[in-house]
Write a protein that binds this ligand. Structure first.
Ligand SMILES: Cc1cc2nc3c(=O)[nH]c(=O)nc-3n(C[C@H](O)[C@H](O)[C@H](O)COP(=O)(O)O)c2cc1C
Length: 319
């Protein structure tokens, strides 16, 4: 297989999801292989200090590359070769056969994070199907059994995040709340994708600009109370991994995460991640207790349901 043929497909692969839409991936072409790595400037050291979401995003990117290549008739496989020092997770290389996947490039193209209203959650058989996807790699997908307890946990997690100046500074760096922002169409989280009205986006921008002054006056509590995603419907699902998952294992589970999201997408459902629930130690422990699962096995949390209207398409860098 001529690896250069993959270059033309790259813009489709950029549709992979990533935390804060930083699009951390980098491809480096070498004779016989394409190295998959990340750019340190596109990581989230404050919000994602362990690098869990970075590795999930890179895994989602790898899976996206394999799906897009297979759909174009290219025979490509992925070999993990994790190297923190060189910011590399592995390589894509020619294979004997096409990557076996039920998904198509159109699924990659059409899938979106949806932070809007959901008409209902996943049916029992859909839940069983996505759980089966994760079980193939020793994980599972679980629905949170006590949704009523989640509201308080979510507010507590948001309060803790908004109280951390480093997390807020990092969030501001990736927020694009005004269409005149130079990177509005390139990366990050824009007002449209966050489902914010013009007034709310302007208010949030002003509040975050005044953060150093307003933080001691209770801004974190106010911001945490300002949004209630659980009121917009759906069920909350958790991706659970095996105990003691190492870094390459987390990349592998990023591939699982993408397969789960695409499986949901093909049944007309969408996901709205709520990572803050597992970013904060206390809410992570509480969520683990609700699920009767060790907290360190919780890899990803999302509200999942049937969108009531199409979500906006998020921005991407072109190269
Ligand atoms: C590992 C991971 C964690 C994420 N966490 C959150 C989150 O906590 N809240 C949220 O609203 N979106 C979250 N997202 C969704 C990203 O913001 C989204 O994928 C990105 O903006 C690109 O948009 P798209 O998924 O519509 O292509 C997460 C995505 C990934 C891959």
């Amino acid at each position: 297989m001529d690896l250069a043929a993959f270059r033309a497909l790259e813009p489709l692969c950029w549709r992979a999801p990533s935390a804060h839409n930083t699009q951390p991936w980098r491809l480096r072409y070498e004779p016989g292989a394409i190295h998959v790595g990340w750019h340190p400037a596109h990581t989230l050291p404050a919000a994602d200090p362990t690098g869990r979401d970075l590795r999930l995003s890179l895994g989602a990117f790898v899976e996206t590359c394999l799906i897009v290549a297979a759909d174009a008739g290219l025979r490509l496989e992925y070999v993990a070769d994790h190297d923190e020092r060189h910011h590399r997770v592995g390589r894509l290389r020619p294979a004997w056969c096409r990557y076996p996947t039920p998904f198509r490039t159109t699924d990659v193209w059409e899938r979106r994070t949806d932070r809007g209203h959901f008409a209902g959650g996943p049916a029992r058989d859909t839940l069983a199907a996505v759980d089966a996807v994760a079980r193939q790699t020793g994980g599972g997908v679980r629905a949170v059994p006590y949704p009523d307890r989640l509201g308080a946990l979510l507010r507590a997690a948001d309060r803790r995040l908004y109280a951390d100046p480093a997390v807020v500074a990092e969030l501001r760096r990736w927020l694009r709340l005004d269409p005149t922002h130079p990177d509005y169409h390139t990366d990050g989280l824009n007002d449209h994708c966050l489902a914010l009205s013009r007034t709310t986006a302007t208010g949030l921008r002003a509040a975050l600009a005044a953060y150093p002054v307003l933080r001691p006056l209770g801004l974190p509590r106010l911001l945490a109370a300002a949004d209630d995603p659980l009121a917009r419907g759906g069920a909350v699902l958790v991706l659970v991994g095996p105990a003691d998952l190492d870094r390459p294992g987390q990349v592998e589970f990023g591939r699982v995460l993408l397969r789960v999201w695409l499986a949901l997408h093909t049944t007309g459902l969408a996901a709205h991640p709520l990572s803050q629930l597992i970013d904060i130690a206390t809410t992570r422990t509480a969520l683990g207790a609700l699920l009767d699962v060790a907290p360190d096995r919780l890899l990803h949390v999302a509200r999942v349901g049937r969108p009531t209207r199409p979500a906006p398409r998020s921005a991407r860098r072109l190269g």
